[in-house]
Design a protein around this ligand. Structure first.
Ligand code: PEP
Length: 251
């Protein structure tokens, strides 16, 4: 049984003071939730303050990116050990915004995943097709390429996949539950051919305009094991309602 995981990607939002306020408001809203794993990914500058205020809670921390070297002359970069040092359990790797604006490729993503895992971080590995690729009927081909390139020589332990169709990120256009399931099922088959039975443990999150109103129907799909949430994670009330999706379902 895969335990659902709901992660907040704050992107380039929140000062340290806003982070503290958010967490103070958020923790009581998710108190006692233990059937869903909850993860916050603040910007690097807020990680230490977030770690301090999340201590002893049911909420884990993630970095939004990482570099593959341990240390050295890499101005502006952050190492896996630095993320561990501020108590991150996870790191998001290969987000489409990193691929689009910062030149990340399947190869650099693969190096990052390997380094993060070697340091003991769990990885939320993002994949997804653009609108142009979907309309050209290339969705599965793109996912297959991203998976085989990104996961070359990577073990399945500590691996989480986030399927984020680029056309659904920050656009208000959510994939239908059926579109999400179709892609997730394909991803699970690819994972099965890489990892065999161990692939059954890998959670596949959906990301792209997830909101309190659509999370339950997405989560009702067989291969949707959680969500990676951008815009709707920026308010404690809205993110807590996403985390508590089972209650909005009536279950
Ligand atoms: C994201 O960036 O990971 C994301 C899914 O954003 P949004 O929820 O705003 O579409």
């Amino acid at each position: 049984m895969r335990r659902p995981l709901i992660a907040a990607n704050w992107k380039m939002h929140m000062t340290t003071a806003e982070t503290r306020e958010y967490i103070t408001e958020f923790l009581p809203l998710v108190e006692g939730v233990d059937d869903v794993e909850i993860v916050l990914a603040p910007p690097f500058t807020s990680l230490a303050v977030a770690a301090k205020f999340l201590k002893g809670s049911n909420v884990k921390l993630a970095g939004q990116n990482v570099f593959w070297e341990e240390k050295g002359a890499y101005t502006g970069e952050i190492s896996p050990l630095m993320l561990k040092d501020v108590e991150c359990s996870y790191v998001i790797i290969g987000h489409s915004e990193r691929r689009q604006y910062f030149g990340e490729t399947d190869e650099t993503v693969n190096r990052k995943i390997a380094a993060a895992m070697a340091a003991g971080l769990d990885v939320i590995f993002c994949i997804g097709e653009t609108l142009e690729e979907r309309e050209a009927g290339r969705t599965f081909e793109i996912l297959k390429r991203q998976i085989s390139g990104g996961l070359r020589n990577i073990k399945p332990d500590g691996l989480v996949i986030a399927y984020e169709p680029v056309w659904a990120i920050g656009t208000g256009k959510t994939a239908t539950p059926e579109q999400a399931q179709e892609a997730h099922e394909f991803i699970r088959k690819e994972l099965n051919s890489l990892y065999g039975d161990a692939s059954e443990e890998i959670r596949i999150l959906y990301g792209g305009s997830v909101k309190p109103e659509n999370i339950a129907s997405l989560m009702s799909q067989k291969d949707v094991d959680g969500g990676l949430v951008g815009g709707a994670s920026l308010k404690p009330d809205s993110f807590s309602r996403i985390v508590r999706f089972k209650e909005t379902e009536g279950g």
